[in-house]
Design a protein around this ligand. Structure first.
Ligand SMILES: *[C@@H]1O[C@H](CO)[C@@H](O)[C@H](O)[C@H]1NC(C)=O
Ligand SMILES: *[C@@H]1O[C@H](CO)[C@@H](O)[C@H](O)[C@H]1NC(C)=O
Ligand SMILES: CC(=O)N[C@H]1CO[C@H](CO)[C@@H](O)[C@@H]1O
Ligand SMILES: CC(=O)N[C@H]1CO[C@H](CO)[C@@H](O)[C@@H]1O
Length: 658
């Protein structure tokens, strides 16, 4: 945060700052150490002006679950009556009473009401204050910190206080203990990338806490000769193509393009699709689409970089777009490309672009800062523009094939993000996330050594506690697991369920949250599973209280996908494939509902759990990890494949009846 201007303090001298003894100041946020690479330089001139921002806590979050169920539950009269963005902003805006209490406190420090602006989205109060005023208000001391490598200055304090009575009315005050700047990212070799992997969020040197590490799709490291692209449905156990998916889940090619319908795929730079790969794929599997491209929504400078190319840069985006675009055609696909090529971005950065009221609360230690503080100059790789805050429309289905370990992030950070998915559900958006590729282990096969939020990771080959994925464990998204066709099965002649839980290259992420409680829509399914298929593990392995959220919800095939990457075809594996496939099927259901004059399906879990008959129950295979066989697929919902794979005509008819 740079000083906006300097002037003499006299004009704004605080009249009084004494707080009543009955309302003592208490520490609200504290930083125990200065982030690596920064040094404390000097105290700041008392007359310097700080643009202050106070994030107010949202109202009515305790009612949010009921409101979402009202528009999403099959037995609700309000089903499908989704909320407008304005109605949502008003419902969760801080109460007038809280705003008044905070303003009264500010006035006691001489900050008069005329000086205070309320943000358009009502989430925070802003005002300019001198350093003297801010220090008195927050009982703190500001210093200029300097980044050793770049010399970039930053104003921050080490802790600050607010009146005890405002503790539950204020989320945080800014600028304060936060360092909204990231360390410069190194270019890395492909083999370093292979080892480290990456996901959403800024790039970090490999360490077990690397968010999203390992959430990319997997491949076998060999290329298929072009001539071996088998189009025959009899060989779907060896190679999955769009035709295999249509046959398995009983849906045909799309045949309409309702203007209300939309489907979004989210990618985080440096992940990027290659235009010629789309065409190579379309030439073989969807000839009418040769030349077709997704509609780009560039967030925080996001673009499809082509300077670094390999499976690890292109595999995810090529996979997601080739399948999503061909399965929903002639409906089009929106690509939300998030973050520049230097800093990348996090899920919060994406959500900020959809909802301006969410922007104020980013966590600088997890979320990317824009304008990118490490750009020497604006270039295509480096985005110096302002952070995108609101203004981007949400598509009706949004599929993301990246994930963190739930253990990577704090419960407060996750709860806040999960509430934002709840709001998207209220607006009628279906949010899908892949459930992870390491079974009951986390990204990269890591498990947790002991209980509690500070327990370290341990290589899963050595055991450890199960390591669930986030946002998979947020009860307001649909978590998508992976299946495969049983080896040797001909799906055309098979008289029994041809699929099982995926056990080729990857294992379907699944298990139980350590953070989120069991949502009402899922309670029956989870408790039935515990009763009828009691797992052979105790509370040393996972939270077996039957009171926490289980995942995934639904699954779709995630093995042997034929994907064009960097000019050749290869086979790809992962829940990264399952999520865009389920998203395509939901988009076709939205198409049918719009064509029938109905609203979008929105948050689907309450309907899905009430209609298990709309899914192909998957009862074989498991999701090994943490040196255990993991959980086993079973009759009914299970923490490997969820409710099973979609039966399109049944699921469509269920939704068309509502
Ligand atoms: C975990 O241990 C296995 C077996 O020793 C090894 O192959 C693997 O590379 C290790 N994984 C990590 C992330 O260290
Ligand atoms: C399991 O979850 C329940 C419900 O959230 C919680 O009360 C309990 O402390 C958790 N158990 C462990 C071992 O974390
Ligand atoms: C059967 C078919 O259309 N195969 C094509 C798949 O794509 C490659 C690359 O464009 C072509 O060479 C094949 O003819
Ligand atoms: C292994 C393999 O099939 N490599 C091919 C990849 O594609 C290029 C053309 O785009 C071919 O020249 C390679 O033979």
């Amino acid at each position: 945060m740079l000083l906006s201007s300097l002037f003499v303090a006299g004009a704004f001298l605080a009249s009084s700052s004494a707080s009543p003894v009955t309302n003592p100041l208490i520490v609200h946020e504290k930083r125990s150490n200065i982030p690596h690479g920064w040094v404390k330089r000097y105290s700041v001139d008392g007359g310097a002006i700080l643009p202050m921002r106070i994030a107010l806590t949202q109202s009515n979050l305790d009612q949010a679950h009921e409101w979402l169920m009202e528009v999403s539950s099959p037995d609700s009269l309000g089903y499908g009556k989704h909320w407008s963005a304005d109605k949502i902003a008003n419902a969760f805006a801080p109460s007038e009473e809280h705003v008044h209490a905070v303003k009264t406190w500010l006035l006691s420090a001489g900050i008069t009401t005329e000086r205070i602006a309320k943000s358009r989205s009502m989430g925070w109060l802003t005002f300019d204050a001198t350093i003297d005023e801010a220090e008195k208000l927050l009982d703190t001391k500001y210093h200029v910190y300097e980044h050793e490598e770049t010399g970039q200055p930053h104003i921050a304090c080490e802790e600050y206080k607010i009146p005890a009575s405002l503790k539950d009315k204020i989320d945080f005050v800014y600028p304060s203990v936060h360092f909204d700047v990231k360390l410069k990212i190194r270019q890395e070799s492909d083999s370093q990338l292979e080892n480290r992997k990456f996901g959403p969020g800024h790039w970090q040197p490999w360490n077990p806490k690397n968010p999203g590490g390992g959430s990319l799709p997997k491949w076998n490291h060999w290329w298929l000769p072009h001539s071996s692209i088998i189009k025959d449905l009899q060989n779907c156990d060896q190679q999955i193509t769009p035709w295999c998916l249509r046959y398995l889940y009983k849906f045909g090619p799309g045949n309409s393009k309702n203007p209300k319908n939309s489907y979004g795929i989210v990618e985080y730079t440096p992940q990027a699709y290659v235009p010629s790969d789309l065409d190579l794929f379309f030439k073989n599997f969807s000839t009418k689409q040769v030349g077709a491209r997704p509609t780009l929504q560039s967030i925080d400078g996001g673009y499809s970089q082509q300077s670094q190319m390999s499976f690890n840069y292109n595999g995810e985006s090529d996979l997601d777009l080739e399948y999503a675009m061909s399965l929903v055609y002639p409906q089009s696909v929106t690509l939300y490309q998030v973050g520049d090529n230097t800093e990348g971005a996090s899920f919060n950065d994406f959500l900020d672009a959809l909802d301006s009221s969410y922007c104020a609360g980013d966590d600088p230690t997890q979320d990317a800062a824009y304008p990118d503080p490490y750009c020497p100059t604006q270039s295509q790789d480096c985005y110096k523009g302002p952070k995108d805050c609101g203004g981007f429309a949400a598509t009706k289905v949004i599929s993301t094939s990246y994930a963190y370990n739930e253990h990577d992030l704090t419960p407060a950070y996750e709860q806040r993000q999960c509430n934002e998915y709840m709001k998207l559900g209220l607006m009628g958006v279906s949010v899908l996330y892949s459930s992870g590729d390491y079974g009951v282990a986390g990204n990269g096969g890591q498990c947790i050594d002991g209980a509690g939020p500070d327990a370290p990771y341990i290589n899963g080959t050595l055991g450890g506690r199960f390591n669930p994925s986030f946002p998979g464990t947020c009860p307001y998204i649909t978590s998508v697991g992976a299946t495969q066709i049983k080896p040797g099965t001909n799906i055309v002649t098979s008289r029994t369920q041809p699929e099982q839980a995926c056990e080729t290259v990857i294992y379907s992420g699944g298990g139980f949250s350590n953070v989120f409680s069991l949502p009402s829509y899922q309670a029956n399914a989870v408790q039935t599973w515990f009763r009828e298929h009691p797992p052979p593990y105790g509370s040393d392995k996972f939270n077996n209280s039957q009171k926490t959220r289980g995942f995934p919800d639904i699954s779709a095939n995630g093995a042997n996908y034929v994907v064009a990457v960097d000019g050749n075809f290869t086979l790809v594996y992962g829940t990264s494939a399952s999520s865009p496939t389920l998203g395509s099927i939901l988009t076709l259901i939205n198409e049918a509902r719009y064509n029938a004059g109905k609203s979008s399906i929105g948050f689907i879990n309450p309907v899905a759990y009430a209609h298990p008959e709309a899914f192909n129950d998957i009862t074989e295979g498991g999701n090994q990890g943490c040196n255990t066989p993991g959980f086993s697929a079973a009759t009914g919902w299970d923490p490997v494949t969820g409710l099973g794979t979609p039966n399109f005509p049944r699921l469509r008819d269920v939704f068309l009846r509502m």
